[in-house]
Design a protein around this ligand. Structure first.
Ligand SMILES: [Zn+2]
Length: 184
């Protein structure tokens, strides 16, 4: 918090020194101060040092919030194309729906045309990885899940306890209680 006071007073160097101690104390709080750290580096004219610092944090303590501070910093100093490259590389390295969402958001906000196909392919690939979990069939009686449809559940041997709907659909639109719960 002392860092924020220094920052508000325009004492950016002191603010940065304070914030760096946060790394020793609890580095997982870094995402909360990442944006202000970058602004302090900017105010001091130390863009390169700021990017190196943020990059180091992102590698050691991965966080979507820190990453987006870094991506915006790279955009400011090196341009949109470099920022896209960074974001794409990070999403590839540490796939997450949050990262994908950011990539999509950037795409919609004005992707460079020649990169669009490449990013769409990556997005599709990573979404497919997540949806594998969501497209299984599930037994309403014992919870057994399978890629393949069974009339008789291999888990509990009930008949007709698996409905021909994917698990994501079941989560959003549960099967009516009367028909299946009775069987269980
Ligand atoms: Zn079952």
């Amino acid at each position: 918090m002392l860092g924020e006071i220094y920052f508000a007073q325009g004492q950016f160097q002191k603010a940065l020194e304070q914030w760096r101690t946060a790394e020793d104390q609890n580095p997982w709080y870094l995402p909360l101060i990442g944006r202000q750290m970058w602004e302090a580096f900017l105010a001091l004219g130390q863009e390169q040092a700021g990017i190196e610092q943020l990059d180091k944090y992102c590698q050691q303590y991965p966080s979507i919030d820190l990453l987006m501070v870094l991506v915006n910093a790279v955009e400011t100093t090196q341009g949109k194309s470099a920022a896209f490259d960074l974001l794409r590389a990070e999403v590839r390295k540490r796939p997450s729906l949050l990262g994908l969402d950011k990539l999509l958001e950037w795409q919609l906000a004005g992707a460079l045309e020649d990169e669009r196909i490449q990013d769409l392919a990556l997005i599709r690939e990573l979404i497919a990885r997540h949806t594998q979990r969501l497209e299984r069939y599930r037994c309403q009686s014992c919870g057994f899940q399978a890629k393949q449809f069974y009339w008789q559940c291999p888990g509990c041997a009930h008949w007709d306890s698996i409905v021909p709907r994917r698990s994501e659909e079941l989560d959003f639109y549960p099967v009516a209680q009367d028909s299946k719960k009775a069987a269980a």
